[in-house]
Design a protein around this ligand. Structure first.
Ligand code: FES
Length: 148
């Protein structure tokens, strides 16, 4: 057996011996990651939040606000229909911008476009903006995350 083959065998055995060590390091790391970033099903949803009053939101009006530390928008499509979305692009997560002249939400990162319903209508975004549940209580417009 040549010296080169012996070194190769030693390296192989070193790598083989390192597998249990890697497992011993990665298993607690994976458990810690689950603790820090639990799956959405285990996450406590953010509390409902009053973001506007009906009187300040005319039909056709739009209001931007923060919810759950993220940019969001409220759209009053008609007297009865009010929609809300997170303004996070469903492509790679950039913040979309309302373009009143085109009546679309536009993503400056790669040109994604969403209509007033939050539906993806152009560019690379694969799905609509994430909608929030809207409740009207008297004059209060309240948003909260939709239950899964
Ligand atoms: S992140 Fe919005 S289009 Fe790419």
């Amino acid at each position: 057996m040549s010296k080169k083959e012996q070194i190769s065998r030693r390296r192989f055995l070193t790598i083989l011996g390192g597998i249990p060590l890697a497992g011993a390091v990665l298993a607690p790391t994976a458990a810690m990651t689950q603790f820090l970033y639990p799956p959405a099903s285990l996450r406590t949803p953010p509390k409902p939040l009053q973001v506007a009053s009906l009187s300040e939101l005319p039909v056709g009006g739009l209001k931007e606000f923060e919810y759950n530390d993220a940019p969001a928008a409220l759209v009053r499509k008609s007297e009865q229909e009010i929609l809300a979305f997170y303004r996070k692009c469903t492509h790679l997560g950039c913040t979309v911008i309302w373009k009143p002249e085109d009546k679309i939400f536009f993503c400056p990162c790669h040109g994604g476009k969403f209509d007033l319903d939050g539906k993806n209508i152009g560019g690379p975004p694969p799905k609509p903006l994430i909608a929030l549940q809207v409740t009207v209580d008297g004059d209060k417009v309240i948003v909260q995350e939709r239950s899964a």
